[in-house]
Design a protein around this ligand. Structure first.
Ligand SMILES: *[C@@H]1O[C@H](CO)[C@@H](O)[C@H](O)[C@H]1NC(C)=O
Ligand SMILES: *[C@@H]1O[C@H](CO)[C@@H](O)[C@H](O)[C@H]1NC(C)=O
Ligand SMILES: *[C@@H]1O[C@H](CO)[C@@H](O)[C@H](O)[C@H]1NC(C)=O
Ligand SMILES: *[C@@H]1O[C@H](CO)[C@@H](O)[C@H](O)[C@H]1NC(C)=O
Length: 336
C-alpha cells in the first residue's frame, strides 16, 4: 500500500458511491429521508427498456438476486407447463443466503449480512485489472460494467429462446419466431408500406451467420441486439432500416433534407462534430452539414447504407455506450 493508500481509499469511496447510487437511484422519496437500498424493479418483458432508465448491475451478488427475481416473474407470466407449475424452483446446488429472506431488499439492507464496505473491497481487485495498479480507471470500470451488462443480456436471450424455441431443438427457425407483443403495434398486418423491418425475414436472415436457416443462441442474441453484434450483415441491415424509415423519395439513400429532418437529431455523442465546425458559420445547420460532408464519401450528396456505417453506433447505442456512460457518471460523482 504505502504512498498510494490515500488515492486507493478515495477509489474505494468512489466505488461505494457507485454501488449505493446504483442501488438507490430508483424513485427517490423526498418525504422519506431514510435511505433504503433498493433493487431495480423487475425488468418488464412487455416492453423494451427505455434508454434513460438503463442501469447496469454493478455487484454480481445484486445482479444475481435481481435475475432470480426476474426469473420467478417470468415463470409466473409465461407459465411453462414443463416446469410443473409456478413455484417449483429448479433444484439448486446451494441456496444463496438471501433466499432465506422473504424480501431480498431486507437482505441487502441488513448491515451484518450485506456489508457494502466488504463488497467494495472484494470487488476492487476484480475491476482493477488493466493494469492492476491500485486505481480504477474509466476504462476498467467501463469494461467491468460491460461484462455485467452482457451477462444480463445473454440471460434474457436464453429466456427468450426458451419461449420461442417451440420444438426445443436449441435453434430458432423463422417460422418459430413470433415478434414480441409490444412490437405488434408497429405493424398493421395489412400495411403494404412495410414501415418496420424489425422481426421480419430480412432481419432474421441477416442474423443467420452460417446461413443454415436457424438461429443458435449467439445468432439469436445478435438478432435481438443487433447494435452489439459484430456481424457485418446485421450492421448493414440496421443501416438499411435507418434509411428506409426516413427515405421519403424511396431512392434507397438519404438526401441532406431527409438526413437533417430525421436522423441528425437522433445521433448521440457526436460532440466531435460540434467542436469541429467552422466557428464563423453560426447557422443551425452547420454541424449537420459538417457531418454530412464527412459521411458522404463519394460526394454525391446522398448517404448510402455503407456511408451510414460509421455512425450506426451513435444511432443505436451499444451496451458499451451505456457501460461507459455509467462509468463516467460515477467517476464524476466522486468529485462532488
Ligand atoms: C462493515 O465492515 C467494516 C470493516 O470490517 C466495519 O468497520 C463496519 O462497521 C461494517 N459496517 C457495518 C454497517 O456493519
Ligand atoms: C386486412 O385486409 C382484409 C381484406 O382486405 C380485411 O378483411 C381485414 O380486416 C384487414 N385486416 C386488418 C387488420 O386491417
Ligand atoms: C432468407 O433466407 C432464406 C434461405 O435461408 C430464403 O429462402 C429467403 O428468401 C430469405 N428471405 C429474405 C427476405 O431474404
Ligand atoms: C452459433 O453459430 C455461429 C456461426 O456458426 C458460431 O460462431 C457460434 O459459436 C454459435 N454459437 C453457439 C452458442 O453455438
Amino acid at each position: 500500500m504505502g504512498k498510494s493508500s490515500v488515492p486507493v481509499a478515495l477509489i474505494y469511496v468512489t466505488l461505494a458511491v457507485l454501488l449505493l447510487v446504483l442501488l438507490s437511484l430508483a424513485p427517490s422519496h423526498p418525504q422519506r429521508p431514510h435511505r433504503r437500498l433498493k433493487l431495480r424493479s423487475s425488468f418488464s418483458f412487455s416492453a423494451p427498456p427505455a434508454s434513460h432508465d438503463r442501469r447496469i448491475p454493478f455487484d454480481p451478488i445484486i445482479a444475481d438476486i435481481e435475475r432470480r427475481r426476474e426469473d420467478r416473474e417470468w415463470e409466473r407470466t409465461h407459465f411453462f407447463p414443463h416446469s410443473g407449475g409456478g413455484d417449483s424452483a429448479p433444484a439448486m446446488e446451494a441456496q444463496p443466503e438471501w433466499e432465506d429472506f422473504i424480501d431480498a431488499e431486507d437482505y441487502i439492507n441488513d448491515e451484518d449480512r450485506f456489508n457494502v464496505t466488504h463488497r467494495i473491497i472484494d470487488l476492487f481487485p476484480k475491476i482493477d485489472v488493466g493494469p492492476a495498479d491500485g486505481f480504477v480507471s474509466s476504462d476498467e470500470l467501463t469494461q467491468w460494467n460491460l461484462k455485467q451488462a452482457e451477462k444480463e443480456v445473454m440471460h434474457r436471450t436464453e429466456r427468450d429462446m426458451e419461449l420461442h424455441d417451440k420444438n426445443r431443438d436449441g435453434f430458432i427457425s423463422f417460422d418459430e419466431y413470433e415478434p414480441p407483443s409490444w412490437a405488434h403495434r408497429f405493424y398493421d398486418s395489412n400495411s403494404t408500406d412495410d414501415k418496420v423491418g424489425w422481426w421480419k425475414e430480412d432481419h432474421f436472415n441477416a442474423s443467420d451467420v452460417d446461413e443454415n436457416g436457424l438461429l443458435n443462441l449467439t445468432e439469436f442474441n445478435d438478432f435481438l441486439h443487433p447494435a452489439d453484434s459484430r456481424n457485418p450483415k446485421l450492421m448493414h441491415w440496421l443501416c438499411k432500416e435507418e434509411i428506409r424509415e426516413r427515405d421519403k423519395d424511396r431512392d434507397g439513400k438519404l438526401s441532406f433534407q431527409e438526413y437533417f429532418n430525421g436522423l441528425f437529431d437522433s445521433l448521440r455523442n457526436y460532440d466531435e462534430v460540434y467542436n469541429a465546425i467552422d466557428q464563423s458559420d453560426t447557422s443551425v445547420e452547420a454541424p449537420a452539414k459538417k457531418l454530412f460532408s464527412q459521411l458522404d464519401q463519394d460526394n454525391d450528396g446522398l448517404l448510402s447504407e455503407d456511408e451510414l456505417l460509421p455512425v450506426i453506433g451513435n444511432l443505436h447505442p451499444s451496451e458499451h455506450y451505456y457501460a461507459k456512460q455509467q462509468a463516467d457518471y460515477v467517476l464524476t460523482q466522486r468529485e462532488t
